[in-house]
Design a protein around this ligand. Structure first.
Ligand code: PGA
Length: 240
């Protein structure tokens, strides 16, 4: 794993945006794997600026998001569907028909998972995937467990994740307790992965990412088996 250590969140976001910009320069019809949460917001802002400046073009890009709450209405202010529109899609020249997010409104969640995985495969797989990391080491909604799922699936959220995400909702009781997420194999099939970590609350997860152990109790540690992963983190996240 390559590590890029940054002074702060802004530098982390700029470095990550530069990697995405380079990807789009090299392959304008890239398949991008996208993430939600507070961490990638700065990177998305910088991509919007680059798009406005004419430096990068999203017109041929296709995207797949890692996860979505389940069940949730798309127009809920906290759905990842809303998040992506507000933080990226509505600000760049992407064709919204080329963006895929698991459907939190699907009546048959299992069917939705199978279809999502099939769409990913038919698209030929993700070229460049951005990931955040949970305080508990989750990626997407692949939460610490004895066994991890390989492919897109419905999952329960851990208390740690529900509490961490409560800041976005009126109360902790409003946080959905389930999600649809790409599985570990779906994520690991990306050709290149950029994982972002910022702030003191991520220091334990980053420490686990950088020792030589792999454990399903910190799902992100499986990334150590991937041949092309870049961790971009700030000093606080790197503290341990
Ligand atoms: P955060 O979430 O970026 O809001 O910290 C990261 C994650 O849960 O993957």
């Amino acid at each position: 794993m390559k590590v890029i250590l940054c002074e702060n969140y802004d530098e982390m976001s700029a470095k990550a945006a530069n990697i995405f910009a380079a990807q789009l320069t090299l392959k304008p019809d890239s398949i991008l794997g996208l993430a939600t949460g507070s961490t990638p917001v700065g990177m998305y802002k910088k991509l919007i600026e680059k798009n406005e400046a004419g430096e990068i073009d999203f017109s041929a890009v296709r995207t797949f998001n890692l996860d979505e709450y389940y069940p949730i209405k798309r127009d809920n202010s906290q759905s990842y569907f809303t998040f992506m529109n507000e933080n990226l899609f509505s600000h760049v020249n992407i064709d919204i028909n080329n963006t895929c997010i698991p459907n939190g409104e699907a009546e048959d969640a299992e069917k939705e998972c199978k279809e999502y995985e099939k769409m990913l495969a038919e698209a030929g797989g993700v070229d460049l995937q951005v990931l955040g990391i949970g305080q508990n080491g989750h990626i997407g909604f692949n939460e610490p467990d004895e066994k991890l799922e390989s492919y897109t699936h419905v999952t329960g959220l851990t208390e740690s994740t529900i509490n961490a995400n409560a800041r976005f909702f009126d109360s902790v009781n409003d946080v959905p307790t389930k999600g649809i997420t790409m599985g570990m194999a779906s994520i690991m099939s990306a050709k290149k992965i950029v994982i972002l970590a910022s702030g003191e609350s991520k220091k334990d997860a980053v420490k686990a990412l950088l020792d030589d152990k792999i454990t399903t109790s910190v799902p992100a540690t499986l990334l150590k088996t991937h041949p092309d992963v870049i961790l971009i983190c700030d000093k606080e996240a790197y503290a341990l």
